[in-house]
Design a protein around this ligand. Structure first.
Ligand code: BGC
Length: 881
């Protein structure tokens, strides 16, 4: 019988990694894969597992499993040991036939037990003062091996930052290793396969070490340096296996005399402020075997509790693309040296790569980075505050390539100073960096301005997904503000697979929550100015509930909820204590700023973003109600029956309190603002009160009309206002608001030439000047949460069930847009919708991944369910009266 097996398997992966990975953090990794076709009832799945250790195969086995368990299938074999390597493949079979094997997946366990981490953190033995302008050391170690190893792993970490070389060559393009964690609680280490870098004979491991987040200056209002420690160091554990079966290991340490240190050419480097590189101080061949290193000093150990070392379980920060100058302008010349303004066309997190030419010895070439230009065309540095973003290169007179190592900048423009000769686009470009997550979401439409907005949203996400989710990538801040990601995580998880990235960050949030007794304003937490006493504030604190829920919905992985459940509970229970007896959160926080509420409401004065129109207790209670609902749902999923009951009651109590306190008998709200109605509708507070909900929708639509189609929400209301209008049948008003380009609006930013989303609606004022507020970033993702509405309503792709097991296709055309598409790579495969509208004719093409279900909703037609496959359908949209 033919065609018994039609489904092939693709995208086999382990946990939430995409593709092969070295150094996973579990001995029982879960496997997932996707199907190209529907399964037959007789189909089964065969899994082949080849295990090896130090390059030698130890076992080969196969397992037969139920093909339906293809998402996060529990590890079918006995637990893996540290360092065990697996080659795995999967195919569909039945009793008589066998399908094609999927491409092999390879993964390897990292070192799971801290006591196997035998290396030490080592660094300079010199005494360095408590300044943050210190020269950075180079560390090297020479060792000899008889043959080239068949297996070589380098486990690498740093207190500070590290970039490594072997025999004069970089072995990875990861940057800013090991990334930012709350180093008081944990530091991660990264695993590298360096087998091909090593050779028989003498070899050298060399490391650049930088201040990074560990001891570099962090944060605003002067910030803090040496926050985690005063001494930086590298941790390197090199493990080798040879064809003979012999094994060898080299550990960074201060006792065997093999590890040496010297001052390197980086005179100082700060993530925000910039780096100064003195090429006159270069040591030629510093990481190669031929160097005479007799003048190098012995290293010192930097003590750190190894129990706090963890396998890195998120994607590394990597080069993602290159930007070339789109314009180069000469600004002036003096004594043979000139200044230039270079526009790279895109604001984002990147670094310049400069080919230094014609420089004379002792010339100082500097690079001043900025996001925007002032009205007079000069580079705008004021908004950077102390995050100067100024790199300097001191020349030794030779041609050289320069790119900062331990500094990173958010910019579009560069002013290059002290250059000799002409400057052309051949002389410099930029490398864009962010955490290398897998892209999963796309959107397009017939409207190029709308598409540009979506593109800008993507860029603000990328710019701020560098090791941790930050508010902004340029000024002296760059902190993991909990509120920003609380609002943006849903959009983020549509665009990229953020599971590993955000789970990693949530670990630190959880540590800090236990320690501080509440959710900090930002994680990793550094006490700064008026933010020195952590207090519970809504939206920001709600991140501990909202972010895990988003990740669970995106991935369908219950473990995500399970791992974060205690944190969710702690927040719910804490805030329960701040409720008045009627269920409204109005008893805390008691400190200068109070709740941040609808932060950056456009009516608030430029220098007082917290002075929003909407009552803060209203905002706080609305978000808390939503958190209680999520807590209740999480308890149901995790089968915590007592909690389910407790949170159901609490949720009802808070909703009641909200309605009683903030909705007047007349149907108006006590805060008669766009934000108030938006939250009441979108956060589900009126779901049980359809008449009130309808009224609220009407009032919201009227408020928008009364404001001449201008938005007047800040952080809290903006992500939801269009959904609130859509949900209450005011689609036209939603589109009018969305398509407006008057200030403030989303498209205003596009009209003003923005290439990212801004912190303020008017970070650039209509006359082209930079907003005078001292908090003006051009690269914040929070207002970009509107992309969620774009995907769901314009694109017509909306998730229903966790993991996209079920979703809805419901394009809701408007705003003069005649076609659009939305694509998301779900755990089942690619979900895709594209539609075109011509007069009354709507054509909808869509793809439903195998294993999932889509319901198609078109006005005037019955709803239908569709399963795996591709569809192309036409509808006639009769005008409704
Ligand atoms: C940050 C934010 C943050 C806010 C909280 C700002 O300085 O940039 O995005 O959420 O402070 O008040």
């Amino acid at each position: 019988m033919k065609n018994r097996i039609t489904a092939e398997i693709y995208d086999l992966h382990v946990e939430h990694y995409s593709g092969d990975v070295i150094g996973i953090a579990t001995s029982t990794p879960r496997l997932s894969w996707k199907y190209t076709d529907a399964l037959k009832s007789t189909n089964k799945v065969e899994i082949k597992v080849i295990r090896s250790m130090f390059g030698k195969v130890t076992e080969e086995k196969t397992f037969i499993v139920n093909p339906k368990n293809h998402l996060l299938l529990a590890w079918p074999d006995t637990p893996l040991a540290s360092r065990e390597h697996v080659i795995c493949s999967v195919r569909v079979i039945d009793d008589e036939e066998k399908g094609k094997w999927a491409s092999n997946l390879e993964f390897e366990v990292g070192i799971l037990d801290y006591f196997e981490l035998q290396a030490q953190f080592i660094g300079s033995s010199k005494l360095t003062g408590e300044t943050d302008h210190r020269r950075l050391p180079l560390v090297r170690s020479k060792f000899e091996i008889e043959q080239q190893p068949v297996y070589a792993r380098l486990y690498l970490s740093a207190l500070g930052l590290v970039e490594g070389e072997i025999n004069g060559k970089k072995f990875t393009d990861n940057i800013l290793t090991p990334g930012w964690t709350d180093y008081n609680h944990r530091v991660t280490y990264w695993s590298f396969d360096v087998q091909s870098e090593l050779r028989a004979g003498k070899n050298v491991l060399g490391f650049w070490i930088g201040d990074g987040w560990y001891r570099g200056r962090l944060g605003f209002k002067g910030g803090k340096s040496n926050f985690y420690g005063n001494k930086i160091g590298v941790f390197a554990q090199l493990e080798l296996g040879f064809a003979s079966g012999e094994r060898k290991a080299f550990y960074s340490n201060s006792y065997d005399g093999q590890w040496k240190v010297i001052d390197g050419p980086i005179l100082e480097s700060n993530l925000y402020e910039g780096e100064t590189y003195d090429s006159r101080e270069e040591i030629f061949g510093w990481s190669s075997a031929d160097l005479d290193d007799s003048n190098w000093q012995p290293v010192a150990e930097i003590p750190y509790n190894k129990k706090k070392m963890e396998i890195a379980s998120l994607e590394p920060i990597k080069a993602r693309e290159v930007h070339h100058p789109i314009s180069i302008t000469k600004l002036g010349e003096k004594h043979g040296k000139s200044n230039w303004l270079i526009d790279f066309g895109q604001n984002c997190t990147q670094r310049v790569k400069l080919h230094v030419k014609h420089a004379e010895k002792n010339d100082v070439i500097s690079l001043q980075h900025a996001e925007v230009l002032e009205k007079d065309g000069s580079i705008s540095t004021r908004p950077l505050r102390r995050g100067y973003q100024l790199d300097k290169f001191i020349s030794n007179g030779n041609d050289e390539l320069f790119e900062a190592k331990f500094s990173i900048h958010g910019f579009r423009y560069v002013e290059l100073r002290g250059w000799r000769g002409d400057l052309t686009s051949q002389d410099l470009d930029t490398t864009v960096y962010y955490s290398a997550m897998k892209r999963t979401g796309y959107f397009g439409s017939s409207d190029s301005t709308v598409n540009k907005l979506h593109d800008n949203i993507l860029w603000s996400m990328r710019s701020n997904f560098v090791s941790i989710p930050t508010d902004c990538p340029q000024r002296d801040e760059r902190l993991g503000w909990t509120g920003d990601i609380s609002l943006f995580s849903k959009t983020a998880s549509y665009l990229y697979d953020t599971t590993n990235f955000l789970m990693n960050w949530l670990k630190d949030v959880s540590y800090e929550q236990s320690e501080l007794g509440t959710v900090p304003f930002y994680t990793p937490y550094v006490p700064l100015a008026e933010w020195s006493t952590p207090q519970a504030i809504a939206i920001w604190g709600d991140a501990v509930v909202r972010v895990p829920w988003t990740l669970y919905m995106a991935s369908g992985d219950k473990q995500v909820l399970c791992k974060n459940y205690e944190m969710i509970k702690r927040w719910i229970e804490e805030v329960r204590g701040y409720l008045s007896p009627d269920g409204v959160w109005d008893r805390r926080p008691r400190y200068s700023l109070g709740q941040l509420g609808d932060w950056l409401d456009p009516s608030a004065p430029a220098n007082n973003p917290v002075q929003a129109m909407t009552e803060k207790e209203l905002v706080a209670t609305a978000f808390y109600a939503r958190s209680c609902q999520i807590a209740m749902r999480s308890a149901v999923i995790l089968e915590r029956d007592n909690d389910t009951d407790r949170y159901r009651k609490l949720y009802k109590h808070v909703v009641r309190g909200f309605i009683n306190r903030f909705l007047k008998k007349t149907g108006e709200m006590t805060s008669d603002t766009q934000c108030a109605y938006t939250l009441a509708i979108s956060l589900g507070l009126l779901d049980k009160e359809p008449a009130m909900k309808e009224e609220a929708g009407i009032r919201l639509a009227n408020l928008v009309k009364e404001s001449n189609g201008k938005i007047s929400t800040g952080f809290a209301g903006t992500p939801y206002i269009l959904s609130a209008l859509t949900e209450t049948n005011h689609l036209q008003v939603a589109y009018d608001l969305f398509m407006s380009d008057k200030c403030p609006s989303w498209l205003y930013q596009v009209k003003m030439g923005g290439t990212t989303t801004w912190e303020r609606w008017d970070s650039m004022l209509p006359d082209g000047s930079v907003n005078p507020g001292d908090m003006t970033s051009f690269n914040h993702y929070s207002l970009g949460a509107v992309a969620n509405w774009m995907h769901e309503i314009i694109g017509g792709l909306r998730q229903i069930d966790a993991g996209w097991r079920k979703f809805r296709i419901e394009p809701q055309p408007g705003g003069g847009i005649s076609s659009a598409s939305a694509v998301h790579e779900t755990p089942f495969g690619t979900a895709k919708v594209s539609w075109t509208k011509e007069n009354d004719k709507l054509t909808v093409k869509f793809t439903v991944p195998y294993g999932s279900e889509a319901e198609l909703v078109i006005p005037g037609y019955d709803m239908h369910s569709f399963f795996g496959g591709k569809y192309d359908m036409n509808f006639s949209l009769k005008p409704t009266h």
